[in-house]
Design a protein around this ligand. Structure first.
Ligand SMILES: *Cc1c(COP(=O)(O)O)cnc(C)c1O
Length: 378
């Protein structure tokens, strides 16, 4: 046990909210006898499609596979290059390698922590087929700049919007426009299905292809007709997950509003002088576009992150760190990436912490975290 002088309950950095109605609905699915992909998946996909302005949407058993499938639909494979950010969960780059293509990293903007779109052009070669930007913490990339680049260089876009459900750009929902848009329903995300994800597509033809890649490349016709004409995997969502998603969708607006209110309270509690007094960096104070998936703090160089996390843990407060720079993992170093290539992502990856932020938190919890941070940084 840690010494917790405050004796307050442990505060994790995130926690899902599940209502009793959803728990009952899961039990109903279990009793129904149809546990895998069935009517609940169809219903969830229809709801998501209407949420994203009527665009075709298909669900999957992870957010990761939605990006891989989008790349496959775009025809990305061996010999191609895909531009992405080193500041993400490793899934974002892994899916590029899964298709046989090569990831090309571009450093991040020091304020937004999203891919620096002004540096993308220099990384484009004749082999570049696609770009995977990440809307970090739900703060969207500059969508005007992103799609202008994509048009100019004829690139497909796979938005890693894993964290961005309910985020907007100029009043339009992320996912309601653009090219491929990928969302995750992993348990830590703003809405969840335990594990799962969905992909917003451009047309029915792409949606049909997505269905094939989702289930072993199979197409069926009639009662006993079956063919396999592409290499697919096993990526379908279950009705058990879909029914959780349907229960979560009812609360999406309220969850995101609560996250936003808590984020505002964080800023108010940290106060104007916090950054200059401590050398730490607060996130962009965006209350227009972001769904506040996470609240990040970049620690000053003088602070050792692991020590800081331990001190906070001793106060009963759990922190996360999202994310270590992808290119510095052994597997990526073995492919030629080294220290110093993407200095902003490296600095952020070493010093970032994720503060507790989830809908069931209250203002007292925020104040407890801020007091803890201030005392540990003193
Ligand atoms: C969660 C997440 C993923 C992966 O989603 P899974 O559903 O866990 O496969 C990918 N990218 C980002 C930015 C994420 O936050």
């Amino acid at each position: 046990m840690t010494s917790n002088p405050t004796a307050l309950p442990f505060l994790p950095f995130t926690k899902p909210s599940v209502d009793e109605e959803t728990i009952a609905a899961v039990a109903d699915v279990l009793r129904s006898g149809w546990l895998t992909s069935g009517p609940k998946v169809k219903e969830f996909e229809a709801q998501l499609s209407s949420y994203f302005g009527g665009r075709p949407v298909r669900t999957f058993n992870s957010g990761t596979c939605t990006m891989e499938i989008a790349l496959r639909i775009a025809g990305v494979g061996a010999g191609d290059e895909v531009i992405t950010t080193p500041n993400s969960w490793v899934a974002t780059a892994n899916v590029i390698i899964e298709t046989g293509a090569t990831p090309v990293f571009v450093d991040i903007d020091p304020r937004t922590h999203n891919i620096d779109l002004n540096k993308v052009e220099a990384a484009i070669t004749p082999r570049t087929k696609a770009i995977i930007p990440v809307h970090m913490c739900g703060l969207p990339c500059d969508m005007d700049l992103l799609y202008a680049l994509a048009r100019q260089y004829n690139l497909r876009v796979v938005e890693d919007a894993a964290q961005a459900i309910g985020s907007t750009w100029q009043g339009q929902r992320i996912g309601a426009f653009g090219d491929f848009v990928s969302f995750s329903f992993q348990v830590n995300k703003n809405i969840m299905t335990a594990e799962g994800g969905c992909l917003v597509l451009n047309n029915d033809e792409e949606a049909k292809l997505a269905e094939k890649y989702r289930l072993q490349g199979v197409t069926r016709s009639g009662l006993d007709g079956i063919d396999v004409d592409v290499l697919g995997g096993k990526y379908n969502m279950t009705d058990l997950s879909a029914v959780i998603g349907l229960g979560q969708m009812k609360h999406l607006e309220e969850f995101n509003a609560q996250r936003k209110a808590l984020a505002k309270h964080y800023f108010a509690q940290f106060g104007q002088e916090f950054e200059t007094q401590t050398g730490a960096e607060l996130p962009v104070a965006d209350f227009e576009n972001s769904n506040w998936h996470m609240f990040h703090l970049v620690l000053p160089e003088r602070v050792v992150r692991a020590d800081f996390m331990q001190q906070m843990m001793d106060l009963g407060i759990g922190l996360g760190y999202h994310y270590r720079a992808i290119h510095l993992f052994s597997f990526y170093r073995a492919r030629g990436f080294t220290d110093g290539m993407f200095p902003v992502a490296e600095r952020v990856g070493k010093q970032i912490v994720t503060l507790p932020l989830f809908p069931a938190m209250n203002e007292n919890d925020v104040e407890r975290v801020v007091n803890g941070v201030k005392s540990c940084l003193r």
